[in-house]
Write a protein that binds this ligand. Structure first.
Ligand SMILES: [Zn+2]
Length: 270
């Protein structure tokens, strides 16, 4: 097994940090939460052609991350629970939530057995055009199975296109596009999983004011953007920010990052 120092996170693992101060416009009290986002979890392939390498982690790596998380004084929580803690300002304990984006089949093949072995579940953000689209995508029956096992299935739009208004797009065109990207998944979730999604992960983390408004009007309770830097004080649950780790970094650096951020948050409270 390679040493931790040489273990590379190839950007497939994103850390998302929440501060109650940012969301609720009040001084931060204590604790901090992290949401880990994965895309592909699968063994490294020998052919060398791995165009999505930046979005991949190996099963062994996931195993090490989960073991690390288990050792920390952290609550491992669902996204619903993250949302509850945000709106109720319950930051008495640090939390971690694991999410897996897009709906790849390797989620079931590789991530699922490792997660359940450690007693974790995860939230899956799937875009509905991809569900059941081919042999590499999860199907609705598979998503139903995962849901029955306690996995949380949430929305990631219909097409995975950038939702932001394009140059020259009229109000009517934008409204039609939002209808498709936001409403269609709700209908499909209702039909296939028995309930509409409550949460949306913006494709590429990208949202503007018009998108946020459309998401709110469609009935999503929370949505996630991606932003590397700190949160301004007007952040709402519909624009909960997350900090992505883009560059290659070692697991130890990742851990340090978590801990340093935690110390910073605690420092702010003093
Ligand atoms: Zn995605």
């Amino acid at each position: 097994m390679p040493s931790l120092k040489t273990t590379i996170i190839r950007g497939g693992l994103e850390a998302l940090y929440f501060s109650g101060a940012n969301v609720l416009m009040r001084p931060f009290v204590s604790g901090v939460g992290a949401i880990l986002t994965l895309h592909h979890v699968r063994p490294q392939r020998p052919d060398g052609f791995q165009p999505n390498r930046l979005l991949e982690v190996t099963p062994e790596f996931l195993e090490r991350v989960l073991r690390f998380l288990r050792r920390q004084q952290l609550d491992i929580v669902s996204l619903d629970e993250v949302y509850r803690r945000l709106v109720e300002a319950d930051f008495s304990r640090r939390f971690v939530c694991i999410t897996i984006d897009d709906g790849y089949r390797d989620t079931l093949q590789y991530a699922y057995p490792i997660l359940t072995k450690h007693g974790f579940t995860a939230t899956l953000f799937v875009y509905t055009d991809y569900v059941g689209a081919g042999r590499n995508s999860l199907s609705w029956p598979e998503l139903r199975e995962l849901a029955a096992e306690g996995f949380d299935i949430q929305a990631h739009s219909k097409t995975h296109g950038d939702l932001r208004r394009t140059i020259g797009e009229t109000d009517a065109q934008f409204a039609r596009r939002m209808q498709a990207e936001l409403e269609v998944p709700r209908g499909l979730f209702q039909r296939n999983l028995g309930a509409p999604p409550t949460t949306l992960a913006y494709p590429y983390g990208a949202a503007d004011e018009d998108v946020v408004r459309a998401v709110r009007e469609t009935g999503y309770a929370a949505a996630f953007t991606v932003r590397r830097e700190g949160n301004p004080s007007f952040v709402t649950p519909l624009r909960a920010h997350r900090s992505q780790i883009y560059s290659e970094m070692s697991l130890q650096d990742f851990i340090k990052n978590l801990e340093v951020r935690h110390e910073e948050r605690l420092g702010e409270a003093q």
